[in-house]
Design a protein around this ligand. Structure first.
Ligand code: PEP
Ligand code: MG
Length: 563
């Protein structure tokens, strides 16, 4: 890695998460409240702990209101994370912890800090998505402290001229209000491919590079060229050359915006382009994109805030909403509950596991609670019958052929097509035997990467490992795809890897038959595939599989595809 020098020229390398090219001045975001102001404030003017708690209430309320106002202006995932942050700022447990610390004689600022750290520790121990909330909590602490000491809330102020936002890591509250007209690209020092920053950048459609060591040392205002495909931040680029690169990127984006499907390579090999959905609303949105169906309906997301298991009838209504959005358009792959680990569902999850990512999650929940699976399958069958939509059903976290066979039998007795997800390396290694007992496989690259590399998918410090371009992960995908070719059965991808236009070409070259992704990614992926012949896809697969590491894999595939 070459770091940016004072002379202003150099290349920084990070993990590319959203494609695109942007050029503009670096705006370095520092998310801290001024330490001197905190020191000057000291214990503050409060007569007693109750007075300090009242000040806390005012500050926390103001912070929560701020989040709510931003949420009202945002949509989709951005609105959801902001609403969640508002809830966290108003959390009674957090307030209780602050009160406890105040009652021991701590200052308000110290009490807020200690209470937040207490919660951060709990969330971190829970792992997964909950651990990701540590960033949100620390963001809330900074904002509350700013209100207490009378400073403006820290974080991103929208730039006056279009700029590249550079930060250590962005909290959801920072990224959610961003306007792509003035924020040209996002670059962070920490954060992985599944971080909030990546999700929001994808939604906004702006280039994004995460996990970029040294980016905070870039001089403020220095012009940088961000390449969201290569993961590079280059300074010292000739402005005319940069303008050409940006214009070429714009042209490519415009071409991809007009892609209308169906998915196929330049020489006509069909590749189904499908959508990932979470509920009826997202399914209706996805149905207007050029997709041939849904490749992953994450049913557990419908129940994250439900204490009791919904009845079969109630579940059938929810599933039917998604199925009916696609009754004219294609088929829908419904995944049975993937509760547990990063997606706790009150009525299903086993609490208190030491290592929930390796515990009783997904299909494993049915081991001691088969009724949970049976009722869900009954509800799915009911919804399929009512809507007439072609319905495939798959189970998450399958590790053995016996599990796959047992699940398939249950699905088939209800007249539906049965498959399993390949998320555990054992399932990839035995893909040929899995395919003897199921109709299709769908590779969940997010978890397959996590379990192959033994790296928590949410760990912001392990972005280089939680990367589906890791050759070991690609090798498992290739084994699975080859098994599909030999069995003559479909093998798709429904993890984030499918949304990467470059990787998509290599995956198709391995024999993958469908790619399922967030609706936003459909056009760039479909358009890229339509430009590349099957021979080039096979060469791309070879280049990615034989690369020494993810960066070399990306470079190799770009070279093969002439990008
Ligand atoms: C995956 O693991 O790749 C997947 C699609 O499932 P989820 O992201 O919901 O765990
Ligand atoms: Mg998964």
């Amino acid at each position: 890695m070459v770091t940016a020098s004072e002379s202003g020229s150099g290349v920084l390398q990070g993990t590319p998460v959203v494609t695109g090219v942007a050029f503009g001045p670096a705006l370095i975001v520092r998310g801290e409240v001024s330490a001197e102001a905190v020191e000057r404030f000291g214990a503050g003017p409060f007569a007693d702990a109750e007075a300090a708690l009242a000040a806390y209430d005012g500050a926390a309320g103001a912070v929560a209101d701020g989040f709510t106002r931003k949420a009202d202006k945002a949509v989709g995932a951005a609105a959801e994370v902001l609403t969640a942050s508002a809830g966290l700022a108003r959390d009674k447990g957090l307030r209780g912890a602050v009160r406890k610390h105040l009652n021991t004689g701590s200052s308000l600022v110290a009490s807020v800090h200690d209470a937040v750290e207490q919660f951060v520790e709990i969330f971190t121990q829970m792992g997964g998505l909950m651990a990701e909330r540590a960033t949100d909590l620390r963001d809330i602490e900074r904002r509350i402290v700013a209100h207490v000491i009378g400073e403006p809330e820290p974080g991103v102020q929208l730039p006056e001229v279009p700029s590249v936002l550079v930060a250590e890591d962005l909290a959801p509250s920072d990224t959610a209000g961003l306007d792509p007209a003035v924020v040209l690209a996002l670059v962070t020092e920490r954060g992985g491919p599944t971080s909030h920053t990546a999700i929001i950048a994808r939604q906004l459609g702006i280039p994004c590079v995460v996990g970029t060591p040294g980016c905070l040392d870039l001089p403020v205002g220095l012009d940088v060229l961000v390449d969201g495909t290569a993961g590079t931040i280059t300074s010292g680029v000739d402005p005319a050359e940069a303008a050409t690169r940006v214009a070429a990127d714009k042209e490519m984006r415009a071409a991809s915006a007009s892609w209308s499907g169906p998915g196929q390579t330049a020489d006509g090999t069909a590749v189904k382009i499908l959508a990932n959905v979470a509920d009826g609303a997202s399914a209706r949105g996805a149905a207007s994109a050029p997709v041939q169906g849904v490749g992953l309906f994450r049913t557990e997301l419908c129940f994250l805030d439900q204490k009791e298991e919904p009845t079969v009838e109630e579940q059938a209504d929810i599933y039917a909403e998604v199925l009916s959005a696609f009754s004219e358009v294609g088929y829908v792959v419904i995944r049975t509950l993937d509760a547990g680990s990063d997606k706790p569902v009150a009525f299903a999850t086993h609490v208190g596991e030491e290592n929930p990512a390796l515990g009783v999650r997904g299909l494993r929940l049915s081991f001691d609670n088969p009724g949970l699976m049976d009722r869900q399958l009954d509800a799915i069958a009911l919804a399929a019958e009512r809507t007439g939509t072609e319905t495939w059903v798959m189970a998450p976290m399958v590790a053995t052929v016996a599990e796959a066979a047992d699940f398939a039998a249950k699905v088939r007795t209800r007249g539906l097509k049965a498959g399993v997800m390949v998320e555990v390396p054992s399932a990839a290694l035995l893909a040929h035997r899995m395919l003897e007992v199921v109709d299709f496989l769908s590779i969940g690259t997010n978890d397959l990467t996590q379990y192959t590399m033994a790296a928590d998918r949410m760990a912001t410090d392990l972005a280089h490992l939680t990367d589906p371009w890791q050759p070991a992960v690609l090798q498992l995908i290739a084994i699975t795809a080859e098994a599909g070719k030999q069995a003559g059965k479909p093998v798709g991808i429904c993890g984030e890897a499918a949304a990467d236009p470059l990787l998509a070409c290599a995956l198709v070259g391995m024999g993958i038959t469908s790619l399922s992704m967030a609706a936003k990614a459909v056009k760039p992926v479909g358009a890229q595939l339509s430009l590349v012949g099957m021979d080039a896809c096979e060469d791309a697969a070879e280049a990615a599989l034989s690369a020494a590491d993810p960066m070399a894999g990306r470079a190799g595939v770009r070279a093969v595809l002439g990008l």
